[in-house]
Design a protein around this ligand. Structure first.
Ligand SMILES: Nc1ncnc2c1ncn2[C@@H]1O[C@H](COP(=O)(O)OP(=O)(O)OP(=O)(O)O)[C@@H](O)[C@H]1O
Ligand SMILES: [Mg+2]
Length: 309
């Protein structure tokens, strides 16, 4: 064609670092350990739970596949097996909590959706799992439409508070699993929570992700829920590579005592367990994954003031 428009050259992008060939060389371990310590990122801390009701904790990271659901299932299981009354609420339409706990979500009538739309029916949304003391409110596909329904409602960020309210006095801990996005359902979870727990993968983008999440939490504190704070940041899918240990030390320096040990090692048994519909405590309790989640849950129990039986 004669009049074909010529696309102008793309603009040069402003680069953070101008790479030269040398800069691609793998650094020596000694170089890493002599790096300047990072600034500590001051994150708001959560307040203690008022007496007589459950602590409500949202497990959150807008990045997908970092181990949120695996963490929820395995912490909840460990604590429930040691006498803590735990309710898991799956606020993700993927519904992975049900699968991981062996529940057939296609046969469940009242789900997290009901909790949002009919708070008076909240008690009927709970399902007992194979783990004594661990109950689940199932998330599934019907949560997709709720984002739009909520958007036209007055007080749309506070629906989950109403749903959870009648349940709180019957549990010690309510864990909210969230989707890898920041829609109204996740905002509802944050508004109904005392605290957030953030699983991060020890990979390069981890710090950037948490910084973004921290600004969301500050915004929610300012506008909707002044008591919301961090209960901790924990590491998932940790492997013994140079990059993983480098990111681990960066996280430790940045978040200080908010980091919860131990890092959860990458372990195939943790990935297999959901296909059996059981937590790691039943699938492979002696695996590295079983060991790490046990210790992590014990450390969290201490922070949350639960005495394990
Ligand atoms: N420590 C681990 N080692 C190996 N595999 C793991 C580990 N933790 C989680 N996985 C697997 O990685 C995948 C993602 O984990 P998970 O579903 O818990 O992440 P998620 O953050 O909940 O994902 P989404 O954002 O999609 O909800 C799953 O297949 C899970 O079984
Ligand atoms: Mg998930």
């Amino acid at each position: 064609m004669e009049d074909e428009e010529i696309l102008p050259e793309a603009l040069p992008a402003p680069m953070v670092v101008e790479f030269t060939e040398e800069e691609f060389e793998t650094p020596e371990i000694d170089d890493l350990s002599s790096a300047e310590p990072r600034q500590v990122m001051e994150l708001p801390r959560a307040e203690p739970t008022p007496d007589g009701r459950a602590r409500v904790v949202t497990v959150m990271n807008q990045k997908g596949g970092v181990g949120k659901t695996t963490t929820v299932i395995n912490i909840a299981t460990h604590l429930a097996l040691h006498g803590v009354r735990v309710l898991v609420v799956d606020c993700d339409q993927q519904g992975n909590c049900a699968t991981g706990l062996g529940i057939d979500k296609s046969r469940v009538v009242h789900t997290t959706r009901t909790l949002f739309t009919e708070p008076e029916n909240a008690p009927a949304c709970r399902h007992a799992t194979a783990i004594p003391g661990l109950h689940l409110i199932v998330g599934e596909r019907s949560l997709v439409g709720i984002e739009q329904e909520l958007s036209t409602m007055l007080g749309r960020e506070r629906c989950l508070i109403d749903g959870l309210e009648p349940l709180l006095q019957h549990y010690d801990l309510v864990l909210l699993d969230t989707a890898p996005s920041l829609g109204l359902v996740t905002i509802n979870a944050l508004v109904a929570s005392d605290a957030v727990l953030v699983p991060v993968q020890t990979e390069f983008f981890a710090l950037e992700g948490v910084a973004m999440l921290a600004s969301t939490i500050r915004e929610v504190r300012r506008r909707l829920n002044p008591k919301l704070g961090f209960d901790g940041v924990m590491m998932t899918m940790h492997a013994p590579t140079l990059l993983n240990s480098q990111v681990k030390s960066q996280l430790m320096e940045t978040f200080g005592d908010l980091m919860i040990e131990p890092p959860i090692r990458r372990n195939i048994k943790l990935a297999e367990a959901p296909s059996e519909g059981v937590p790691i405590h039943i699938h492979a309790p002696e695996s590295n994954g079983g060991h790490d989640y046990r210790l992590l849950a014990q450390n969290l129990a201490e922070r949350w003031g639960f005495e394990l039986e």
